[in-house]
Design a protein around this ligand. Structure first.
Ligand SMILES: Nc1nc2c(ncn2[C@@H]2O[C@H](COP(=O)(O)OP(=O)(O)OP(=O)(O)O)[C@@H](O)[C@H]2O)c(=O)[nH]1
Ligand SMILES: [Mg+2]
Length: 299
């Protein structure tokens, strides 16, 4: 990783590290340098160990043939102390780690309770303007995370595995209405056909927007599955271009990001203040908090 041709990657890597560690004030200061979001974003989500990283490694190789340079961001839910799964993601994606057209970065999901980092939106924005053509985001889906990803990416791929009770869990959580593409991964394991049929049943119900999510079986040694997934993503992108309003997407992301920044700032203030600050009625506490957030807060 040296020489002038790799510098854009190094710059991006540094930018991501800065953003991963930034507080709200630093985050806002960095926003000014960012290119406006324009790259297609694919979100790959699913339970821990569903095979997301392995699948992304194969997918990225296919996507780059059609789309060009690919950036992969993996939000890692494990403790930043252990770094266990960060290594895991790297090993899974080893096949593409040295590919000059594919950039991979794993970031610990600090303060996250939904499988996403509180700064995922900032990290995604930072990946704009570094010469990539497409972004793939890996997140661990733990129920509600899928709803959030929906706002941040253009195509949501939900990775399920046979015999895990995943499909039932996903249906209970209402997630099966949230994905644009369903993948039954590890289809070499028993139960894949049954599971695919179950999901197809649910997925074929009218979603209200006219897109019928495909159900695609993938497995480690089955190129046909990855080819179908690649084609499914392209088909969804084409459909989306004719059926969604880019302004609405942009505004939904702006809204999500603004809410996230405020929530982070509130948490920062509450962490900074002592116990006294909390010893008030809700109304006074709210007013005091708003005053602290305002421009005259003195920090
Ligand atoms: N049987 C089978 N195992 C697979 C397949 N793909 C991946 N695995 C295994 O599943 C395990 C998890 O794979 P990962 O790619 O790390 O899964 P992940 O969803 O990224 O995991 P986290 O990031 O930790 O949530 C590894 O032991 C893989 O070798 C497959 O197609 N078939
Ligand atoms: Mg992974």
């Amino acid at each position: 990783m040296s020489g002038p041709t790799r510098n854009p990657r190094r710059n991006l890597s540094r930018a991501l590290t800065r953003i991963a560690d930034a507080d709200v004030t630093e985050t806002l200061a960095q926003q000014d340098d960012l290119a406006p979001p324009s790259l297609p974003r694919i979100g790959v989500t699913g339970a821990p160990g569903a095979g997301k990283s392995s699948l992304i490694a194969r997918l990225a190789q296919r996507r780059k043939a059609a789309s060009g340079r690919i950036a992969v961001l993996a939000i890692d839910p494990t403790s930043p102390l252990s770094q266990g799964s960060i290594l895991g993601d790297r090993i899974r994606m080893d096949a593409i780690a040295d590919d000059p057209d594919i950039f991979i970065r794993s970031i610990p999901s600090r303060r996250a309770h939904d499988g996403l980092a509180d700064n995922t939106a900032d990290l995604l924005n930072a990946m704009e303007g570094h010469g990539f053509d497409e972004i793939i985001l890996e997140t661990v889906g733990v129920g509600q995370a899928e709803y959030t990803i929906r706002t941040l990416v253009d195509t949501v791929v939900l990775v399920l595995v046979p015999e895990s009770g995943d499909a039932i869990q996903a249906m209970k959580a209402g997630i099966l209405e949230m994905a644009d593409i369903y993948v039954v991964n590890k289809s070499d394991l028993p139960g894949a056909d049954l599971m695919a049929a179950e999901i197809e049943n649910v997925a074929s119900r009218e979603r209200g927007d006219g897109w019928t999510p495909p159900v695609i079986r993938t497995a480690r040694n089955d190129e046909d599955g990855f080819r179908a997934l690649d084609a499914g993503i392209t088909a969804h992108a084409t459909w989306r271009a004719g059926h969604t309003d880019p302004d609405a997407t942009r505004r939904a992301r702006a809204r999500y990001q603004a809410q996230g920044l405020i929530a982070r700032r509130v948490k920062e203030v509450l962490d900074e203040e002592g116990a006294d600050f909390l010893d008030k009625g809700q109304r006074d506490l709210f007013d005091a908090l708003v005053a602290r957030l305002g421009p005259d807060s003195g920090d």
